[in-house]
Design a protein around this ligand. Structure first.
Ligand code: FER
Length: 302
């Protein structure tokens, strides 16, 4: 599926299949402990502003005069799903087994798969440019398929795949990460392992990252979807989040899901948990996620 059509598809699908209210609920009024509302009226607060400037010219253009990393579609046997699954892996320019690299696990949205990040953000181009300019640490980026079910293609009513997005916690921890750490030259400790995602993948990254602080020291939700656990369940012990090197929330101010991230930001702020809250003028779209990855990846593993 083309991501450019995801937003309208998601809205249409929610209306058609998920029995969401025909008129959106009032933003900011949903209870933090109940299931999260879906697309809602946008109510912005004074905190909802950019933490970073717009990327400079050329940031997303392929440059010929620099060293390039490599993309590989990697197969692995998933004990969790009982099938052979695929992930897209970026290795940085000059990747060598004589060094060990930190790893960013980067998760897609509800209509995506292991190819989505590459298609919408040209992950390799962004990272090649940042690494060439010394703005990002050379890292491996793993883009798995977050729909942990036997047929993991993004076809049909993708909102029916929500349970599989939760099952993916086991696939990630028990299958994906061990596969990567056995086949690549990695720094295999929490301080060199990051988890981020967009929308449905943002919810996964927050749920799994904050639920497994002993595994991840860098956690980011981009435009996180309503699969994000209510804040009190997401982070039962706010003091424990101080072990994180970076906790990141970002969203576009034209995104009807911004209430999800606003709730988490408010909870973190009320509990004194350090985090980034980066709000741009984008909607629930690729432009938002691309610049989020650009800014987030520069702050990783430092
Ligand atoms: C929802 C609306 C949107 C939802 C998920 C999404 C789980 C995900 C959107 C995306 O990944 O782009 O109500 O519920």
């Amino acid at each position: 599926m083309r991501l450019s059509s995801l937003c309208s598809l998601a809205v249409a699908t929610v209306t058609a299949f998920a029995q969401e209210p025909a008129s959106p609920p009032q933003g900011g009024e949903q209870k933090a402990t109940g299931p999260r509302a879906s697309w809602s009226r946008i109510v912005l607060t004074a905190d909802d502003k950019p933490a970073f400037p717009q990327p400079p010219a050329g940031w997303d253009a392929r440059q010929d005069g620099i060293a390039h990393g490599k993309l590989s579609l990697v197969e692995y046997d998933s004990k969790t799903v009982g099938t052979r699954r695929r992930m897209n892996v970026y290795t940085p320019p000059g990747y060598t087994t004589e060094r060990k690299y930190p790893v960013l696990y980067l998760l897609h949205g509800i209509g995506g798969d292991e190819t989505e990040w590459q298609r919408i953000a040209q992950t390799n181009v962004l990272l090649d440019n940042l690494i060439a300019n010394g703005k990002a640490v050379p890292m491996i980026i793993v883009m798995p398929n977050g729909r942990a079910q036997k047929d993991d293609r993004a076809v049909g009513n993708v909102f029916k795949h929500q349970a599989a997005f939760a099952v993916f916690e086991r696939d990630l921890l028990d299958d994906v990460i061990p596969t990567i750490e056995s086949r690549y030259s990695t720094l295999a400790d929490r301080e060199h392992r990051a988890l981020a995602g967009l929308s449905m993948g943002g919810g996964q990254a927050l749920n799994f990252g904050l639920g497994n602080l002993e595994r991840f020291a860098w956690v980011a939700g981009f435009s996180s979807a309503p699969n994000t656990r209510p804040s009190e369940q997401l982070l039962t012990n706010p003091a424990a989040a101080r072990q994180l090197k970076l906790l990141w929330l970002s969203c576009g101010n034209r995104d009807g899901l911004i209430h999800v991230s606003q709730d988490v930001h408010a909870y973190l702020k009320a509990n004194g948990v350090p985090h980034v809250w980066h709000v741009t003028d984008h909607a629930h779209d690729a432009a938002e996620w691309k610049q989020a990855l650009y800014h987030f990846s520069q702050r990783l593993f430092r």
